[in-house]
Ligand binder design. Sequence first.
Ligand code: NAI
Ligand code: MG
Length: 352
Amino acid sequence: MTQHRIALIPGDGIGAEVLPPACAVLDLVGKRHGLTFGYDEFDWSCARYLNEGAMMPADGLDRIRRHDAILLGAVGWPCVPDHVSLWGLLIPIRRLFRQYVNLRPITVLDGVPSPLRHAASGAVDFVVVRENVEGEYSEIGGRLNRGFPEEMAVQEAVFTRAGVSRVLDHAFRLAASRRGGITSATKSNGIVHTMPFWDELVAEYAARYPEVDCGQEHIDALVAKIVLDPGRFDVIVGSNLFGDILSDLAAAVAGSIGIAPAANLNPEGEFPSMFEPVHGSAPDIAGQGIANPIGAIWSASMMLDHLGHPEAAGEVMAAVRTVLADTAVRTPDLGGTASTDDFTRAVLDALP
Ligand code: NAI
Ligand code: MG
């Protein structure tokens, strides 16, 4: 028996509705593979912020530092500014636990039509690798002259050789293990310091991995190409900002933001990695029991893979694919009438 301790952070809104399905799937698939999961749940959320003035306690990260992984639902609620909830919880976890790779796989699944005419199931299967701890999302900068006509804001982007290299290393190795293609998202025509630096480091890695076919595209042209021909991509690597935008676009290409998963990886395993659906707390449907749990279940499958159980991870995704391809059971965002529970039961039934 292998025992894994998982920190659960349901967060806000549908975050609390999609994690129980993910745990139910983990528990069942674990039985076949000699795995047990011990869950410790933390109420870190906007609700906690309103009651106690902070998204998480001051020693929050110490409480989850020794867990094997973190499963997060979604964080954010209309009564708390989004930058407060994000910088009060998600960003500290990503940064202090050195989760410098954000991995977002995009697959058009059988039974989930893409809004794009040319995106047939089976033909679109790529991964966005986003730099997750530096780049454009930095605390460096400031505001001056608030309220005066000269009011101004400056925000510095931070690109370091160490930070860019380690995410490129991960992306090139991933490409080599897949179909051998990588596309770098850049904007070195307009952003004349950081982006040419990024391009130089990409060129160094391209020379180091001759077996990987490396191309680069300016971000504006790249988004157009993803819409016109999403099947041509294998691995796309981008900075924090570009990767963030690309992965939401890509989730939409796959048919619903409700199915997209994400992993925040500390590849060295010094700290726990964090797995979370791409979607937010969905205040418009929260409390109705109709949230699509696929993003959370797929994230749990990525967690299994990361913890060294690729077979169990594969069985989870095979079960999701079977339900979508062979049955009409699906949540309203995918055009169905099933509840979160109905869909989860169908996935549990489809597991071997
Ligand atoms: P959202 O992802 O919560 O919702 C966008 C739309 O997609 C809504 O119409 C929602 O009903 C639908 N949707 C999302 N997930 C779904 C699911 N699993 N099943 C069915 N439909 C689903 O994005 P929004 O509305 O921009 O943000 C709401 C809150 O969530 C904000 O406070 C935002 O900051 C936060 N947020 C948090 C994220 C995180 O925790 N990583 C990511 C994105 C947003
Ligand atoms: Mg985003």
